[in-house]
Ligand binder design. Structure first.
Ligand code: TPP
Ligand code: MG
Length: 599
């Protein structure tokens, strides 16, 4: 139990006991308060880190949490703290905690909470809130806002605790909601008054709950597994798609065994890269545009058929028109029973946690009535290999060029080598071209090493993810950032320096959003909306806080700086000057711009 600062429970005749606790004369009781009950409840559930930003009413909470041995990582903007919490949740399967003040701080954290929910990252946004009586009558309290109502539609669940004796239940419910089933963002509203409430320490301790089995396994039905395996067996051109959910599951060995035992080519979604090394011979990444329309049976493992997979239909999948079904039959392994049929018919849904589902599928394959599982037809594998080899050779040619100025490819050839030499390093990535080229060029070798913009393609995750990745893993972090993307969280380079984190930020500086070449068609003094200050020196930013800044205009300079950053583990920002003409509108998703659709 945490003990309280000398504080008087109202109306009681008290004295301070030998260990500083409050002793009431009547029953000789120790008291605790809301602050300590929240801290104790978190600690009781194995939470060791809080990402946040102090202010009324949670400043003292951050101090007491630190005093109680929790790691409290303070940010410069709540959105970055929220993103840190979310990705910590993804990496650890424990809910990441983000702590903010009321209204504006809460709102700043809310984008990260919504993004976490969309991406199925378990996090809990804990915000202090103002006086309920005043908020509910809209009488204009300090930072007045009905936060619970606002959070509800954006979170997987939202709770408020009004009484100290309910803190244990509140934290337990938040933890269960965040990590069980399909994980997501949970909002927990803690009014200012709650923190100061006192209660008997022993009763308080007893009111806390250590959550037993917070994310229970969900075993798939045998019938569903059998149906899926039968469909898979009937395939002539099978394909496995591994999603972020498969990476989250931490069932790495079984997933690899499933892919290798079946011999089926696979495609990793962005954050599933590295589940098997990207250099694996069964990886079909370099032949994506061939395998999607050609496959006849597709097994989705923790991957949703959303826009990132063109909704499972249309021309990407061999359909005639943009909404036409391509003829594939789908097996979908997912924790949510509602996911199947969201976009196209799923012939064989397998519902359960990815780990249990994959192990059940493997068991079915291994026991295939004595007969060993037949590998996919050789023509299918040969056709994929042919495309792959061609595309990989083409890419190697492009990467070997050394143009002046440096372009995305020549810079990423360096990043690719550095990641290969440091497979434990974590790669954070955002931008448009800076994102798409990195995803396709930089191979990942281990699971959960690539953290990026996820389902929404959200800008601003960069420094929050980088801080959390370094704090949670202790491994070096490389953040490949578009210059626009970096700007959303750039002030957190101070946070990198303050905590002395081994993060190497590489800003791919092409003078703007997508490119630096747009012009104002009116000839007026304002530059075009996508263009930034030309020749900006982002490296100077980190120098202001004692970090290492490097200005790199060639691949050789970039290589030297990245190697040094990884070796030294010093917070480093490399301003990598990229040809401002090299990018394309929106990177790979140009076609989503409305004007591209205009007939
Ligand atoms: C929160 C948010 N705001 C805006 C966007 C739209 N957007 C997509 S990519 C991008 C920035 C692209 O520029 P940059 O990061 O410099 O990458 P580049 O293509 O130049 O390499 C923006 C603003 C977004 N995805 N998310
Ligand atoms: Mg840019």
């Amino acid at each position: 139990m945490g003990t309280v600062e000398p504080q008087v429970a109202s109306g009681q005749d008290v004295k301070v006991g030998s260990s500083g606790q409050i002793v009431a004369n009547a029953q000789s009781q120790e008291v605790t308060d809301g602050f300590h009950l929240v801290i104790d409840a978190l600690k009781l559930n194995g939470i060791d880190t809080i990402f946040g930003l102090p202010g009324i009413p949670i400043t003292d909470f951050t101090r007491m949490a630190q005093a109680a041995g929790l790691r409290v990582i303070s940010f410069r903007h709540e959105q970055n703290a929220g993103n840190a919490a979310a990705i910590a949740g993804f990496m650890t399967q424990k809910p990441g905690i983000c702590l903010t003040v009321s209204a504006p701080g809460f709102l700043n954290g809310l984008t990260a909470l919504a993004n976490a929910t969309t991406n199925c990252f378990p996090m809990i946004l804990i915000s202090g809130s103002s006086e309920r009586e005043i908020v509910d009558l809209q009488q204009g309290d300090y930072e007045e806002m009905d936060q619970l109502a606002i959070a509800k539609p954006l979170a997987k669940a939202a709770f408020r605790v009004l009484h100290a004796e309910d803190i244990g239940v509140g934290i337990a419910r938040a933890i269960r909601a965040a990590v069980s089933g399909r994980p997501g963002g949970v909002y927990l509203d803690l009014p200012a008054k709650l923190f100061a409430q006192t209660m008997d320490a022993e009763a308080g301790g007893k009111s806390l709950i250590r959550v037993v089995d917070p994310a229970p396994r969900q075993i798939p039905a045998q019938e569903a597994v059998r149906r899926a395996l039968e469909l898979l067996k009937s395939a002539k051109r099978p394909l496995i798609v591994l999603g972020k959910g498969a990476a989250y599951a931490q069932a790495d060995a079984d997933i690899r065994a499933l892919v290798e035992k079946t011999g089926i080519p696979y495609l990793p979604m962005s954050m599933a890269k590295g589940l098997l090394p990207d250099t694996h011979e069964q990886s079909a990444s370099a032949a994506r545009s061939y395998v999607l329309p050609e496959a006849d049976v597709v097994m989705l493992v923790g991957a949703r058929l959303n826009w990132l997979l063109s909704h499972g239909k249309g021309k990407t999948w061999g359909g005639k028109g943009h909404k036409d079904w391509g003829g594939q039959r789908f097996i979908q392994v997912d924790i949510s029973p509602q996911e199947a049929d969201s976009n196209v018919r799923i012939d064989a849904p397998v519902v359960g946690d990815i780990g249990s589902c994959v192990s059940a599928l493997l068991a079915g394959i291994n026991s295939a009535a004595g007969s060993s599982w037949a590998k996919p037809p050789a023509e299918w594998l040969a056709a994929i290999a042919e495309r792959k080899d061609k595309n990989i050779a083409k890419m190697a040619e492009t990467l070997a060029k050394n143009p002046t100025p440096m372009d995305f490819h020549s810079a990423l050839a360096v990043v690719r080598d550095i990641v290969k030499a440091n497979p434990d390093a974590i790669l954070v990535n955002e931008g448009a071209n800076a994102l798409d080229f990195t995803r396709s060029i930089v191979d990942m070798y281990k699971p959960r090493k690539r953290l990026d913009v996820g389902t929404w393609g959200i800008m601003g995750i960069g420094m929050g993810f980088a801080v959390a990745a370094a704090v949670v893993s202790g491994e070096p972090v490389i953040a490949i950032e578009g210059d626009s993307a970096f700007g959303f969280s750039g002030m957190e380079v101070e946070t990198l320096c303050r905590y002395n984190l081994p993060v190497c930020v590489v800003v791919f500086n092409n003078n703007g959003v997508y490119r630096g070449t747009d012009v104002n068609p009116t000839g007026g003094p304002d530059v075009a909306p996508t263009v930034f200050v030309k020749g900006a020196r982002y490296d100077k930013l980190i120098e202001a806080f004692g970090g290492v800044g490097v200005h790199a205009t060639t691949p050789a300079e970039l290589r030297k700086a990245m190697e040094e950053a990884i070796r030294s583990r010093k917070p480093t920002l490399i301003n990598a000057v990229i040809d401002e003409t090299a990018g394309t509108e929106s990177g790979r998703i140009t076609s989503l711009n409305p004007s591209a659709k205009r007939k």
